[in-house]
Design a binder for this molecule. Structure first.
Ligand SMILES: [Zn+2]
Length: 361
């Protein structure tokens, strides 16, 4: 359904706004200079659920419209309001339609970052965006041919996101020689990036705890020698070191009750001794006592920028990789070859995530 703001004189009327989503929206041109140009600038029109604005000027004059959106972002320490401005294209006489409006995104996604391609280098730069559950109010300036302006404000605010669900994480951090393998800032960055990627599927990412635990002896005495699991007659079996890590985290308070366990470890190796950035323990691959440890994932620090979100999708969907470069589930070892764009999910992946009623509520 299309949102419609009727502007007459100094007044406006509004219905409601839908959430912005990212599917098929962010294929950047290679080498785009300083402005975000999209290969599919009309992406909003293609998805009825996306944040989408039509400003209708009742005078039907040859005006132009500028839209200033006040994004009332409610942060942990109180309300913070940020604003962004777009010029709307006239789609019919007196009707102005957003084409590349995006709200839940990254203002600096086009900045090339050597460490995390397509990701703003710090959280502060990404604070200007609405999050799921935020309230939004739109303010308009409409320029008349004589140079004067209408000024209009929508009559009410709208909530970003429809039918929002929540997945809860319990985060464990291993310590080696008394030192945490990852600092609190990096954990917050990983979770924030995950929140941004999951916003497109209307799933809020929450944490119920961050617990720290000492490496179990089986890992501490053999930091680069332990490995994760191995195939055994069609099922995966965890190594004792892997089970020890889960047990040590649980003893420190890591919860497995209706939440996904995310554990940072210093190294991750396959039985063939390949270093990997993350591993998802998907329920369908394990059996017996190892099932108690499933629905969880490990991340080896320092992992690449999207590893945390990527592994969470594995766990929730019980599915593997995508061959599409822009997809969050593209195999991560090739992440540096991906476009400078937010890593996103398809409609099918969205449905698979939301279908997991055990952990997505
Ligand atoms: Zn993967």
């Amino acid at each position: 359904m299309r949102q419609r703001y009727v502007i007459g004189g100094n007044h406006s009327a509004t219905n409601f706004l839908h959430v912005a989503k990212w599917e098929d929206a962010f294929e950047y041109y290679p080498g785009t200079p300083t402005i975000p140009v999209f290969k599919k600038p009309d992406f909003i029109n293609g998805d009825v659920d996306r944040f989408h604005i039509v400003v209708e000027d009742a005078t039907r004059g040859p005006n132009t419209a500028h839209v200033l959106l006040d994004l009332d972002h409610i942060s942990a320490d109180g309300a913070v309001t940020n604003s962004r401005t777009w010029k709307l294209e006239m789609s019919a006489p007196g009707v102005f339609t957003s084409t590349n409006l995006l709200v839940i995104s990254d203002d600096y996604d086009y900045v090339y970052d050597n460490v995390y391609p397509g990701v703003a280098p710090n959280l502060h730069l990404r604070s200007c965006h609405a999050a799921l559950g935020d309230r939004i109010e739109a303010v308009y300036d409409v320029l008349r041919p004589d140079g004067s302006y209408f000024y209009a404000v929508t009559n009410d605010t709208a909530t970003v996101g429809a039918d929002i669900k929540t997945v809860t994480l319990s985060v464990g951090v291993m310590k080696t020689n008394g030192v945490e393998v990852v600092d609190a800032q990096r954990i917050e960055q990983d979770i924030q990036r995950t929140r941004e990627r999951f916003a497109q599927v209307n799933v809020r990412v929450a944490t119920n705890a961050v617990v720290y635990f000492d490496a179990p002896d089986s890992v501490a005495t053999n930091l680069n020698g332990w490995f994760i699991d191995w195939w055994d007659n069609g099922t995966l079996r965890m190594t004792q070191a892997t089970r020890d890590i889960f047990d040590a985290a649980a003893a420190a308070g890591l919860s497995s009750n209706e939440c996904i366990r995310a554990i940072y470890v210093p190294t991750l190796q396959t039985p063939s001794r390949n270093d990997i950035g993350g591993v998802a323990f998907m329920e369908s691959y394990y059996q017996g006592g190892d099932l108690d440890y499933a629905n969880s994932f490990f991340v080896a620090y320092p992992a690449k920028g999207f590893t945390f979100a990527h592994e969470l999708v594995h766990v929730l969907t019980d599915e593997g990789h995508s061959s599409q470069l822009w997809n969050l589930m593209y195999k991560l070892e090739a992440v540096t070859n991906t476009p400078l764009a937010p890593k996103r999910l398809t409609k099918e992946q969205e449905q698979a995530i939301r279908k997991n009623t055990k952990f997505v509520k």
